[in-house]
Design a protein around this ligand. Structure first.
Ligand code: GAP
Length: 454
């Protein structure tokens, strides 16, 4: 067990190190010593992230007739967050180290002490800490457990008073609920239909940690799927299947993805049923994404707060109701981390350990690397450049690589997950064929340029 967690810890460290070294993910504000819970995506990371986000948009918006994309403002009227319950209840349990005044998530400390915080009230957590003499990571006594609201507060405009308070959105969902009526009036969609949105969300996490897993600024891809209340179970099951389709498209092995039926005491305030989809990250089995039945909680809150009618009139009938909502909610950073975890592979080539990212080709940031065998032969370089330009026009994601010897280039491309390396050599000048070396098998074969470009 200890060996396993040591191994997992090492794997995590190696992924974090590769991500930084090869330009996927850097710590936020790196030059200034960082800013806890923030990460910057480098040139390869941003491409990987976009490939994931574009795939999601294609599967869940473009390929469907019942989905409408929106891109709502991040800053919203404070009434949105009052009505949604976030101002009162979007909290995590906090404890303080009585000596250092450092703050921690109480449930995390309890879990680390081998205790179970699920479903416990603040008082019960405080008691559990006392009974088991749980200490802070610095070995000091802990305060009572209290709640901490995770929304980032700000003010809008030049006047700083109660009316100018706003929040950085902690979920993209509310931007869809506030546009439900607008989309209904613009498009008259049949039920069921859904809104989809991708974008930044912000949470002032008490203890951001585990690389990009728990950040203070991250991206979500969310769907609010509006249904006839009598048919919510059918829609829930539909989206459960779609989530599995999604994890498969990300190349995550089915055996590393697990469904967790969340018990009532642990569900969000708006949910009547939630399944967390967990993944075997190197840090353990943790939440990758969630699927929730939000009932009519949000539309009713809007209706109550604004006196605007949120009912749906079934076409050709007099039947009216406030639709219920199924919400699949996907975290982009967690998807990136799961994809990197599943892809991170070590094997042995010619007696040496090789590290490579076995990324699915549709997600790999670079699809082809093109190299001249040597860089000081003008004819070879010109031929390779011509091929590079042709491939780039077609695939976009093509890299020119002429640094170091061929072996080093292959290692570098393996580490960033490039599926195909193309080498232009002296034989190319004679017969217009090139060597293609495949990442996963390290096999090489000769292919006519014409065939490759086609
Ligand atoms: N609208 C519902 C909602 O926001 P959630 O379970 O709080 O539900 C959905 O968040 C997903 O967003 C999570 O499953 C996770 O993938 C991602 N997520 C949440 N908090 C995060 C954080 N601090 N850092 C990175 N991703 C996070």
């Amino acid at each position: 067990m200890v060996q396993n967690s040591q191994k997992s810890g090492e794997k995590m460290e190696r992924i974090v190190s590769l991500a930084k070294r090869r330009g996927f993910i850097y710590p936020g504000s790196d030059m200034y010593g960082g800013l806890s819970g923030t990460w910057d995506f480098g040139p390869l990371g941003v491409t990987l992230k976009r490939n994931i986000m574009q795939l999601w948009w294609k599967l869940f918006v473009e390929e469907r007739d019942d989905m409408y994309g929106v891109d709502a403002a991040i800053l919203m009227n404070q009434k949105v967050w009052q009505a949604s319950g976030h101002v009162d209840t979007f909290t995590d349990p906090l404890v303080e180290d009585l000596e250092t005044k450092q703050r921690f998530r109480a449930d995390h400390l309890l879990k680390e002490a081998g205790l179970s915080p699920e479903g416990l009230s603040l008082e019960q957590m405080t008691q559990l800490i006392k009974d088991n003499d749980v200490k802070s990571p610095n070995g000091n006594a802990l305060s009572e457990v209290r709640t901490f609201n995770m929304m980032f507060k700000t003010t809008v405009g030049p006047i700083d008073d109660d009316t100018s308070i706003s929040y950085l959105r902690p979920e993209t969902a509310q931007g869809m609920f506030t546009n439900y009526k607008n989309v209904l009036d613009s498009f008259y969609p049949d039920l069921p239909f859904g809104l989809a949105q991708q974008g930044k969300a912000f949470r002032n996490e008490i203890s951001p940690r585990d690389f990009i897993f728990r950040s203070r600024e991250f991206e979500q891809m969310e769907i609010e799927y509006f249904v006839d209340p009598a048919k919510w179970e059918e829609a829930f099951e539909h989206w459960r299947q779609q989530v599995w389709r999604w994890t498969q498209c990300l190349g995550l092995p089915d055996e590393n993805v697990h469904e967790l039926e969340v018990q009532e005491a642990d569900r969000a305030h708006y949910s009547k049923r939630t399944i967390d989809f967990e993944f075997d990250f190197p840090i353990g089995k943790e939440e990758l994404l969630g699927l929730a039945y939000r009932t009519d909680f949000d539309l009713r809150n809007i209706q109550n707060a604004t006196a605007k009618n949120m009912e749906y009139l079934v076409k050709g009938t007099n039947t009216k109701f406030v639709p219920h909502v199924i919400e699949p909610s996907f975290g982009v950073e967690r998807a990136v981390m799961a994809v990197l975890t599943a892809a991170f592979t070590e094997d042995e080539v010619n007696g040496e350990t090789r590290t490579y990212l076995k990324l699915p080709e549709h997600l790999a940031p670079i699809k082809y690397a093109v190299s001249p065998l040597v860089r000081n032969k003008t004819e070879l370089v010109a031929k390779a450049r011509e091929l590079y330009d042709g491939l780039k026009k077609k695939h976009g994601a093509v890299m020119w690589d002429e640094n170091g010897n061929i072996g080093k280039r292959y290692r570098r491309q393996d580490e960033i997950g490039t599926p195909h390396c193309v080498v232009v050599d002296f034989q190319t000048l004679e017969d217009d064929t090139v060597t293609i070396r495949e990442r996963d098998t390290t096999q090489q074969r000769r292919v006519p340029i014409e065939e490759l470009v086609k």
